[in-house]
Design a protein around this ligand. Structure first.
Ligand code: UD1
Length: 432
């Protein structure tokens, strides 16, 4: 198994670039299944979750090619409607193939993506929405079968703006009869990116990013080229890193508006943010200030995925900060590992009470999940001395070549093999 060896305590400097958004790439790649022809997807990050998605597309009969950061998916011949249980369980977002298969093949035979380390993550809203759209959906143990001769538009009121459910509804009803209205959809930028892609392919999706989405079903879609939006969660991870390990750090390839929910938090910490077209420069104060209260919320609220890297910055702030997690019930698992670096974080139900400390010390820790793992990397880069981070397969799901990116701004981080294997403890799979 691989692990990161990090010699921390170095001041980081310069410019770092953000790759394409994982949470856009996954549904957009799944939706290429709807298109009889070759879709060309630029700025597609080379992440383990993306590789699993491409393997699923291949197993369904698509021809898939990667040329640097461009992925070509030719879905002219789709020959299968099944995804194995093993594959489904490797990645939570494989559930997005339910609507894509239903649309393309008229039926889908898949399995529950499973629970995970950050919460129970049921799929009841996904299944109900597809039933509302006219599909027959049956669940037998962990297997899910769905079929529909035709998707028929309807009005769906979501009790919670679930990201994955909104994407499944959009994908299912892009090619359909009639009009679908989603009330209270997720408004994340990745939803708008999916809608933009499908609209360029001939779909009629209106209102993505707003409080109601209307989809006029069309008969078919045609291939198009699309560029994935930058990963706002990666950008906020780099901002957290800049806040604690750098006087001045420039983050390139960002969309300012996508980061507006996190800017106030960094401002409250005393950081100055200088914006130009598609980049930002974060200038950090000598000592960060505490933030009174942060609550994770659906977009445009503070993102749950940015919670853990920001917690590291708050751990080094002057005073006590309160961080409340409202989206996932089990998203503070990383804290017991993080506290090994000398942070002083207490968890009470879904609230983290973060008492700022002066400095961190090195530690050997295990990543418990994707974003929690990234937080451990940020902590190790701040802590003087040598830290080892194990179970980094979690981190590889969402951060492309993290060690190369961080080395380019002066970090001493290496990916190592073997030695870590003996020190590994078993950490269950996590599915963001
Ligand atoms: C997506 C993101 C993930 C992010 C999350 C919230 C991807 C691949 N993943 O996950 O990074 O943290 O949005 O911004 O885009 N829920 C139900 N029933 C359902 C579906 C969801 O109860 O059928 C609950 C979940 O348990 C959770 C909440 O709704 O408590 C949010 O989930 P959802 O927005 O669906 O997140 P994902 O799409 O899984």
């Amino acid at each position: 198994m691989e692990y990161f060896k990090i010699n921390g305590g170095k001041k980081l400097f310069g410019q770092i670039s953000v790759h394409g958004a994982k949470n856009s790439a996954l549904p957009i790649l799944a939706s290429t299944l709807l298109i009889k022809g070759e879709s060309v997807i630029h700025n597609c990050p080379d992440l383990s979750d993306v590789r699993v998605t491409l393997d699923i597309l291949k197993s369904l009969g698509c021809k898939v090619k990667r040329e640097n950061d461009t992925v070509l998916v030719d879905a002219s011949n789709v020959t299968n409607n099944e995804i194995s249980e093993k594959t489904m369980r490797t990645m939570r977002s494989s559930i997005i193939f339910l609507s894509a298969l239903l649309s393309r093949q008229g039926s889908a035979s898949i399995f529950y993506p499973g629970g995970c380390e950050i919460g129970v993550r049921p799929i009841d809203l996904h299944l109900k929405a597809l039933k509302d759209l006219g599909a027959n959906v049956s669940v037998n143990g962990s297997s899910i079968n769905a079929d529909a001769a035709l998707i028929i538009g309807t009005k769906i009121i979501l009790p919670f703006p679930s990201v994955g459910t909104t994407e499944n509804i959009i994908i299912a009803s892009a090619i359909s009869k009639g009009k679908t209205v989603i009330v209270n959809p997720a408004r994340e930028p990745e939803i708008s990116d999916l809608a933009d892609f499908l609209n360029h392919c001939g779909a009629k999706i209106y209102g993505a990013g707003e409080s109601t989405i209307v989809i006029d079903g069309v008969n078919s879609l045609y291939p198009y080229e699309h560029t994935i939006i930058p990963d706002r969660i990666l950008a906020s991870t780099y901002m957290s890193l800049g806040a604690v390990c750098s006087k001045e750090l420039t983050v390139n390839n960002i969309r300012q508006s996508h980061l507006s929910p996190v800017f106030p938090v960094f401002n409250e910490m005393g950081c100055k943010i200088y914006l130009s077209d598609n980049s930002l420069t974060l200038v950090s104060p000598k000592r960060l200030k505490r933030v009174k209260s942060i609550k994770t919320m659906p977009y445009p609220g503070f993102p749950t995925d940015s919670q853990s890297p920001v917690a590291v910055a708050l751990s080094l702030a002057n005073g006590t900060s309160i961080l409340q997690e409202t989206i996932f019930e089990n998203r503070f698992r990383y804290v017991s590992e993080l506290n090994r670096f000398g942070t002083d974080i207490e968890i009470k139900d879904n609230i983290a009470v973060i008492n700022g400390v002066d400095k961190l010390h090195c530690a050997n820790v295990h990543a418990t999940d994707l974003r929690g793992g990234a937080a451990l990397v940020v902590a190790a880069l701040c802590a003087s001395g040598e830290s080892n981070i194990y179970s980094i397969e979690h981190i590889d799901r969402g951060y492309e070549n993290l060690e190369n990116a961080l080395s380019s701004i002066g970090a001493d981080i290496k990916r190592s093999k073997n030695e870590g294997a003996t020190k590994e403890k078993t950490v269950k799979k996590e599915y963001e």
